[in-house]
Design a protein around this ligand. Structure first.
Ligand code: SF4
Ligand code: SF4
Length: 372
């Protein structure tokens, strides 16, 4: 059965497959308890991470876990999206069943069911820990999983199944050189504060989708973090791109992804800030769906990126966004205008202050005026 599962998974495009028991992952529960502050949002209905540390929460009859590895660095990413959208998000890994990755997961699930197994799958399953235990990946100090010969640009899916499957490989240990700290040094916010430890509340990737969106997460992105987010609007790859274990991968010349090349200008922060619903639902959301479910979060992230660009050409766009019906968009656009500074921004902010009726936005405008 293990051979059949493996052959089918490789046939539909996964790159590696492993098996492990459905025993709980006590180290995950322990880590969540120890770092409760940073993980205040994980117990939400959405993720229920504390529960999924036991695969039997997902599937009461679970006996094994099938771990699937998908290498998402098979084509070159457009340079325009470098530092803007994380590679995992550009790869459409987090979009629904009508895209390739979602379809592969559906096919795999159906295959296992046809073989008589019950299948439990949740994207929040402890997939990284399962990959290590199944011997198909090992942790890097940056908390990402490295798959042999592929680096860390891999997506992992863990499916709990009701059949007893024989693990083929041994648990894999980290292969990071003892003296390497490049990922920690590359992290602009200090989110990666020591090897294998990351504070999500400081992580740029989390801040592009968590605040105001995930139940239990903070409402706002702290000013100090906004300034360090640079041009990222979704995700962040810095601690992976800096890693020597990924360099061969990054240096390899691949075929460009024609679809992404066409999409790249449409996903630029300047194109997103004042987009209408149609643009969001027809162009942006089908590609960058995942953790961001509302247009305003993309607009917020676009405002931050434009603010950090220091580009005066963004001032009129941000001025227009100060009239957006969403309080969040107005608040972050005010911040961005203050960050860019200058007389034109000052004038726009003063005018906006007069007509503003939200205390939150008013506060951001006043702070922005002080920086202009
Ligand atoms: S994803 Fe970015 S912000 Fe998050 S830990 Fe890595 S480098 Fe730091
Ligand atoms: S940068 Fe160095 S320490 Fe960090 S994950 Fe890569 S090899 Fe490990």
């Amino acid at each position: 059965m293990e051979q059949e599962i493996r052959a089918y998974a490789l046939d539909i495009g996964f790159d590696d497959v492993g098996f492990t028991t459905a025993d709980p992952f006590p180290q995950l529960s322990q880590a969540l308890e120890e770092r409760e502050g940073g993980y205040c949002w994980v117990s939400s209905e959405l993720l229920q991470l504390a529960h999924v540390a036991d695969p039997r929460f997902v599937l009461p009859k679970a006996m094994s876990i099938v771990v699937l590895i998908y290498d998402y660095y098979k084509q070159d990413y457009p340079p325009e999206l470098l530092g803007v959208v994380g590679k995992a998000y550009q790869s459409r890994l987090y979009v629904g069943k009508k895209r390739l990755f979602g379809s592969r997961l559906r096919l795999m699930r159906e295959f296992l069911q046809e073989k008589g197994m019950e299948v439990g799958f949740r994207p929040s399953m402890p997939e990284r820990q399962a990959a290590v235990r199944a011997g198909v990946g090992n942790f890097g100090c940056n908390t990402f999983i490295y798959s042999s010969g592929r680096g860390s640009y891999v997506a992992i899916a863990a499916m709990a199944v009701s059949a007893e499957l024989e693990p083929e490989m041994q648990e894999s240990a980290s292969k990071c050189p003892a003296d390497c700290r490049r990922c920690i040094e590359a992290c602009p916010t200090g989110a990666l504060y020591e090897p294998y430890k990351m504070d999500p509340l400081r992580c740029i990737a989390f801040n592009t989708y968590g605040p105001g969106n995930f139940p239990g997460a903070p409402d706002d992105i702290p000013h100090e973090i906004r300034e360090k987010m640079g041009s990222w609007i979704y995700g962040c790859d810095l601690c992976q791109d800096a890693c020597p274990r990924n360099q061969k991968r990054l240096e390899k010349k691949l075929v460009p992804d024609a679809f992404l090349e066409e999409m790249a200008p449409k996903l630029a922060p300047a194109a997103l800030l004042n987009m209408d619903d149609r643009y969001y639902y027809e162009i942006v959301q089908p590609v960058l769906y995942g953790y961001i479910w509302e247009k305003k979060f993309m607009q917020r992230n676009a405002a931050i990126a434009l603010g950090n660009s220091s580009d005066k050409a963004a001032v009129p766009l941000l001025g227009k966004a100060l009239a957006d019906p969403q309080e969040m968009v107005r608040a972050y656009s005010a911040w961005a205008l203050g960050r860019i500074g200058g007389a034109a921004g000052l004038k726009i902010l003063e005018k906006a202050l007069v007509g503003e009726n939200s205390a939150r936005v008013e506060n951001e405008i006043r702070l922005a005026l002080e920086s202009c």
